[in-house]
Write a protein that binds this ligand. Structure first.
Ligand SMILES: NC(=O)c1ccc[n+]([C@@H]2O[C@H](COP(=O)([O-])OP(=O)(O)OC[C@H]3O[C@@H](n4cnc5c(N)ncnc54)[C@H](O)[C@@H]3O)[C@@H](O)[C@H]2O)c1
Length: 362
């Protein structure tokens, strides 16, 4: 499913990565934190999840300048057992902390078959999918989730109760591609409502409720009064609660209304929590057998009868993996809002993107 953007400049992943690393190094981050964060964000862009890729770096580095994140802090293990750990992020760069935390979950899984790592004192980690895919790339089943400041209501309520608490899983396959789902637990990501609002396009009445808690397709009061609905009603609500438990209740991170938004101007730390789970499937069943069974499952899904008008069936993650193939072969087709954010980032830190052969449409 190809995305095409107006006024775009296709950039190579390598040039974009080098630029992002330079902006972080200039902001005082270690080479490792800059490299890992750039890998998370640029990979997310190659998958076409532009809302949570390099677009977020400008805001993350503003948080560093504002003292809400630390360029020099490093996370620590606060408590651990053979199969689990609780990590205190100390507000180090969240994508780098999250990368290492999933690696720790995989290390625990290598020892025990399964590993859980919860993180507290953190902030925005980007797209949940990157970390789940990291496990799948290492022949493990991966789960990744985080809690977010409340912007979603729950059935029977009005006003903000829970965050859009994203969740992602990924599983390796054999001859077929790995499978991964990466979703917010709200009906849609807030960025989609902002986009409709700025373009003036209509939205259905199951994305938002008004200040009385009643469904509305009027986004004029969003986000001040209208709030988001969970995906699939009580089902998305129930999953968002599970994310809150594993990322915050269990880790010591801020819970629900205690979480501060990372995008507002505030001196308060966000204290978001994350959770990473890895299952070393090869310890439960020979890896080749697992992958063969995955291939069988995928092929059965893909050969299901097509609905009238449909030309193919996608597995979760397949659309993104095909976009990544094209981004790596032909360049990343960055949309205008990402280009604008990267131009702002270049200006904020005083780095000329041309130095990295990066045409941001300046
Ligand atoms: N860190 C945060 O604070 C935060 C908060 C909310 C969301 N997010 C991120 O926002 C991103 C977007 O979330 P979203 O809810 O808008 O995602 P979405 O609704 O676009 O769903 C994307 C997922 O659905 C799958 N999918 C889509 N169409 C499909 C089809 N036809 N067949 C099979 N699978 C299909 C995709 O492969 C992908 O896994 C995610 O990366 C999420 O992690 C992050």
């Amino acid at each position: 499913m190809e995305q095409k953007h107006a006024n775009i400049a296709a950039v190579t992943a390598a040039n974009l990565t080098a630029f992002c690393i330079a902006t972080m190094q200039k902001s005082g981050l270690s080479d490792e934190d800059a490299r890992l964060t750039a890998e998370v964000l640029v990979t997310t862009d190659t998958l076409g999840t532009f809302t949570h890729g390099t677009r977020q770096l400008r805001g993350l580095l503003k948080n560093v300048r504002d003292g809400r994140l630390s360029a020099t802090a490093h996370e620590e293990i606060a408590a651990e057992g053979p199969a689990w750990a609780i990590v205190d992020a100390h507000y180090a760069m969240p994508p780098a902390v999250s990368y290492r935390s999933m690696e720790l979950a995989m290390q625990k899984a290598r020892a025990c078959g399964i590993g859980y790592v919860g993180v507290r004192h953190s902030s925005h980690y980007g797209a949940a999918g990157f970390y789940a895919n990291l496990a799948a790339r290492n022949d493990m089943f991966g789960l990744s989730m985080c809690n977010v400041d409340p912007c979603m209501t729950v059935p029977g309520s009005k006003g903000r109760v829970l965050g859009t608490n994203p969740i992602a899983y990924a599983a390796p396959a054999g001859a077929e591609r790995s499978v991964y789902l990466d979703i917010a637990t709200s009906a849609v990501a807030a960025t989609k409502i902002y986009a409709a609002k700025s373009l003036g396009t209509p939205i259905p009445d199951n994305w938002l409720v008004d200040e009385d808690g009643l469904p509305t397709s009027d986004y004029s009061d969003f986000p001040e009064k209208a709030v988001q609905l969970p995906m699939a009603g009580h089902k998305g609500y129930g999953l968002a609660v599970m994310v809150e438990i594993l990322t915050a209740v269990l880790t010591g991170a801020a819970v629900m209304s205690e979480v501060n938004s990372w995008v507002i101007d505030s001196p308060e730390p966000t204290n978001e929590g994350h959770a990473f789970i890895a299952i070393d499937v090869g310890q439960i069943m020979p890896l080749g057998e697992f992958k063969g069974r995955m291939d069988g499952m995928i092929r059965e899904i893909k050969s299901a009868p097509l609905a009238k008008g449909a030309d193919r069936i996608y597995l979760p993650g397949e659309i993104e993996l095909e976009r990544r193939d094209s981004a790596l072969a032909q360049g990343i087709d960055l949309p205008p809002d990402v280009l604008a954010s990267l131009r702002g980032l270049a200006e904020d830190v005083g780095i000329d993107p041309a130095q990295f052969n990066l045409d941001l449409g300046i």
